[in-house]
Ligand binder design. Structure first.
Ligand SMILES: Cc1cc2nc3c(=O)[nH]c(=O)nc-3n(C[C@H](O)[C@H](O)[C@H](O)COP(=O)(O)O)c2cc1C
Length: 198
């Protein structure tokens, strides 16, 4: 770990058989490594045990005592250690996948006072509805969502060999990552200076 770099967790939100999500996440992770401001970890929700049935208590109140399954430890530890997130999400029925909602609901403080950027894909809307819902939900956890995002409408014609066809996209990704790095540094300093008054 390089202490001058921000810990970035890229979350693959879809777990569907034959999903496209890992292609987008791999590309985003590569953009973030090239950017230079981040240590990058990709967390694939398909590899995590995420039951739909939650414990009785709320993760907000329980803190570290929250009883999570052993197969969720890698996700919890990645969220805990992150300075910033990129959530890679498709659009399912004008929202984001249930896998992502379940992963979010098992955690709370791990998101607090940390920045989140979105990279979405889908049909004509490019995942816009999914991102709008995620912004709403993550604000409840005191996360800070980044204005700029990347959206890939009709991704099935917009990608080839693991890369977007539009040559401008890398530039948009750099802008997003510049903003994310700025927020990651600002919020990490703020968290270190004083506990967030949640
Ligand atoms: C249950 C389901 C609902 C979907 N609903 C939408 C939708 O509302 N809008 C859209 O643009 N695409 C929709 N799609 C198409 C997905 O965007 C497309 O299948 C995409 O590949 C899903 O991401 P994934 O491959 O990572 O699972 C839907 C797909 C599924 C499986």
């Amino acid at each position: 770990m390089d202490n001058n770099k921000h810990e970035l967790v890229v979350i693959v939100g879809s777990v569907r058989e034959g999903r496209f999500g890992p292609v987008v996440a791999s590309w985003v992770a590569e953009q973030a490594r090239t950017h230079g401001g981040f240590d990058v970890e990709v967390v694939d929700l398909a590899e995590i045990d995420i039951p739909l049935a939650l414990p009785e208590a709320s993760p907000m109140a329980a803190g570290e005592a929250y009883p999570r399954p052993a197969g969720m430890a890698a996700l919890t530890s990645a969220l805990e250690g992150a300075d910033a997130f990129v959530v890679v999400t498709p659009e399912y029925n004008h929202s984001y996948p249930a896998s992502l909602k379940a992963a979010i609901d098992w955690h709370f403080t791990q998101w607090t006072a940390k920045p989140v950027a979105f990279v979405s894909y889908g049909g004509a809307a490019g995942g816009r509805h999914a991102v709008l819902h995620l912004e709403n939900v993550l604000t409840e956890l005191h996360a800070v969502t980044i204005r700029d995002g990347l959206a890939f409408p009709n991704y099935f014609t917009a990608w080839q060999d693991g890369q977007p066809l539009d040559p401008e996209v890398s530039g948009y990704a750099k802008t997003l990552l510049d903003q994310l790095a700025w927020w990651a540094g600002a919020l990490r300093s703020a968290r270190e200076a004083a506990p967030y008054p949640a």
